[in-house]
Design a protein around this ligand. Structure first.
Ligand SMILES: Cc1ncc(COP(=O)(O)O)c(C=O)c1O
Length: 443
């Protein structure tokens, strides 16, 4: 270890006495001696309580698209504070932001706000059920849509053996009622035949097809345009609501999100992370005919919905993303980062590829990126798992789990890039060196 985490480790032991796992989200627990506690963050850099500085590529799992503590957004948030918080009443700004979103995302004819991605997707599913009068839904294997019971199902692909048939779908948490399993179907990404056969067999029961076309929790595995076109056509044919979950891709991969990037239009779509540059706000949006059911016979609300601070932050963030070249800057950095990493890996004969969009790249150790989660299981993700801790030690923060992409923000600059690539090269050499030593020892 080249960095000390003594303060973080001591704090972890103290935190454990009051907080399960010593943290406030299971995903923030990285182990007894590796869990980090943040002192502060600014731009693309984050400092832990041991005073280690990192160039951050997690960016809070995507929200901080302009960088931490962006002065433009924070000034707007402070002005939002003056408005007064929450009132159990609406403000004029809600319309202004909704109007901006509708202009950026053509599918977002009407908009309803929530506080988190989970809430927005949960509401989308309820609305789809109300609209269709059906209860079942279809998801993509490996997808993640938040922490509500209907979404907390996963495919344990590491344990799957193709000879045993189709992979299982199991609850991601204890406490998720097993009875919900009967409502859920999962299909591999990019398999239109499979989707069609599920729709043909169960279409009369299926309310929604829920898809994140670039899977931001699964190595940025991406749908092809052809698959999305087929899925769109199948949903229309079977009267199934297509919900495009843009919680990660929204206002990131293009101004109009993945729907613009891949030329597809959902019936409903959900947004959260990047829209407030880290302030908690989310959106359910979609076709007027469906969205008008809210308030007709569908309930949606929440005490903290559209708090004046995150709403003001969202107004400023969206203005910047819409009216400045921020997204082009981000994509350019992501492309240069990929090229630099690629050069380092190729020079050492290490097979690799990238998936997703340059603003949220999956780094994959095989010649071709995976086209579905089953492919991911066949790749050498152990190299990534060895690489990530070395990068952390050298001051580059990526997710320890290879399924989380590298998120770029507008504040990643030339100095970040040069430092990242230098450290990446050192980390790769360390892993290769350790692997060679292990092979020698084994022989
Ligand atoms: C695609 C997707 N949908 C939904 C969610 C849930 O959002 P939140 O964590 O804001 O509840 C996430 C979170 O990572 C996500 O990536």
């Amino acid at each position: 270890m080249s960095r000390s985490l003594s303060k973080s480790n001591a704090h972890f032991r103290r935190a454990l006495t009051r907080l399960p796992l010593g943290v406030s989200s299971n995903f923030r627990y990285w182990g007894e001696d590796k869990t980090l506690y943040v002192a502060s963050a600014k731009g693309a850099r984050l400092r832990d309580i041991d005073d280690n500085e990192y160039i951050d590529y997690r960016m809070a799992y995507g929200p901080c698209i302009l960088g931490y503590a962006d002065p433009r957004v924070d000034a707007a948030a402070r002005a939002g504070m003056e408005v007064g918080g929450v009132f159990a009443l609406s403000t004029e700004r809600e319309y202004a932001v909704a109007d901006r979103i509708a202009r950026m995302v053509p599918a977002a004819e009407l908009v309803r706000y929530s506080n988190s991605g989970t809430e927005a997707v949960m509401a989308a599913l309820r609305l789809a059920r109300a609209y269709t009068g059906r209860d079942s839904y279809v998801v993509i294997e490996g997808g993640y849509h938040g922490v509500f019971d209907a979404a907390l199902w996963y495919t344990p692909i590491e344990e799957w053996r193709p000879v045993e048939g189709e992979p299982h779908l199991v609850p991601y948490s204890a406490g998720v009622p097993g009875i919900l399993r009967g409502l859920l179907h999962a299909v591999p990404m990019n398999d239109a035949d499979r989707l069609e056969s599920v729709f043909k067999a169960y279409g009369h029961e299926i309310a929604a097809f829920l898809i994140e076309p670039i899977m931001g929790n699964c190595c940025s595995i991406s749908a092809t345009r052809e698959f999305l076109r087929d899925a769109r056509e199948l949903c229309t044919r079977h009267g199934i609501v297509m919900i495009i979950d843009e919680v990660k891709t929204g206002f990131r991969v293009a101004r109009g999100g993945v729907q613009e990037l891949m030329d597809v239009k959902g019936d409903l779509c959900t947004f959260a992370k990047a829209m407030g540059n880290g302030y908690p706000i989310a959106v359910l949006a979609g076709r007027e005919a469906i969205m008008r059911r809210i308030g007709d016979d569908v309930v949606h609300g929440g005490t903290f919905t559209c708090h004046s601070v995150p709403l003001a932050a969202a107004e400023k963030t969206l203005e910047i993303l819409d009216e400045t070249p921020a997204l082009e800057t981000i994509a350019r950095y992501g492309t240069r980062l990929r090229a630099g990493m690629s050069q380092i890996l190729s020079q050492r004969g290490i097979r690799h590829s990238f998936s997703g969009h340059p603003s949220m790249s999956g780094l994959f150790f095989s010649e071709q990126p995976p086209s579905n989660y089953r492919d991911w299981a066949r790749s050498d993700y152990t190299f990534y798992e060895a690489l990530a801790p070395e990068l952390h030690d050298l001051g580059v923060l990526c997710e320890p789990d290879s399924r989380e992409p590298w998120f770029i923000c507008e504040a990643h600059d030339d100095r970040c890039l040069a430092e990242t690539l230098e450290r990446f090269e050192t980390a790769v050499d360390r892993v290769v060196g350790k692997q060679r030593a292990a092979t020698r020892a084994a022989n």
